[in-house]
Design a protein around this ligand. Sequence first.
Ligand SMILES: NC(=O)c1ccc[n+]([C@@H]2O[C@H](COP(=O)([O-])OP(=O)(O)OC[C@H]3O[C@@H](n4cnc5c(N)ncnc54)[C@H](OP(=O)(O)O)[C@@H]3O)[C@@H](O)[C@H]2O)c1
Length: 285
Amino acid sequence: MFQVEKSYKMYNGVSIPSIGYGTWKITDPQVGIRAMREAIEVGYRHLDSAQGYGNEETLGEAIRQSGIDRKELFITGKVLNSSKGYESTLQAFDQTLKNLGTDYLDLYLIHWPKTKDTLDTYRELNRQTWKAFEKLYDEGLVRAIGVSNFHKPYLEELLSDNINIKPMMDQIEIHPHYFERETIEFAKANDMLVSGYSPLMRGGQLEDPVFVKLAQKHGKTPAQVVLRWALQKGTIPLPKTVTRERMISNLDVYGFQLDQDDMAILDAQHRADGKIGSHPDHTKF
Ligand SMILES: NC(=O)c1ccc[n+]([C@@H]2O[C@H](COP(=O)([O-])OP(=O)(O)OC[C@H]3O[C@@H](n4cnc5c(N)ncnc54)[C@H](OP(=O)(O)O)[C@@H]3O)[C@@H](O)[C@H]2O)c1
């Protein structure tokens, strides 16, 4: 069975905490500063952000108020979908650093691939974006670079498009109702780590009796069971909550183990239509 650790190393040796705090949809700055600062206070060191979430400044302020040394934090950013391309990616990155009030990122991701549905030249645009990422990496402005929502075909294309540095991470939707095995296996076979967004299925399906029963068995909450499952699948879950007690319990998932039967029950929950968010093949970004 996969050995769960509190942090993993990307293939370039950079460490990443194995649970990240999600910041999507935290739009009110007052709520956001309080929630993100509390997340840091209760122990999150890995913060998942994106320019598209419109709250980078909120996160920057929360970090300043937390008093935690920047070097103790692992901050992920993502390039805006409308900023793809070499020059516009570099500009977007610059703006992200300004918004966050920092001079480097720990991980920078292409938020979504351009796809054949959106543009004939999508593949070249993804490549140009990646070239900008390589420059930022070479200049030491980001400690690691990766992609998000790159399902296997997009990863295959990027890897075969004359790039110099392979992505270190693919961030995709992962929870018991949707586990994209092909992409995860392909990413891992190519030395990437895989992080999972919407690990709590956005909160709406946690009362499913399958999760409740396993939670009762282990004396845990359904959220803790699905987060532990994500860890034992060898992925890095990114739960979001503005609720302090949930922040604490979502992080408290290192002290118990799901057995093989539990894992098999959760694995069996996957369904083809279980994806909650957009599919990269059908986005119009
Ligand atoms: N790369 C991408 O394209 C992409 C896409 C989506 C998300 N993400 C990242 O992944 C993060 C997480 O995904 P997500 O925000 O979609 O959803 P999620 O983390 O699966 O679910 C968040 C929802 O679950 C609730 N919740 C949190 N902990 C709970 C608990 N212990 N018990 C019951 N409910 C709980 C939250 O409510 P409260 O906040 O009210 O407590 C919120 O409504 C995002 O914030 C973002 O950083 C990335």
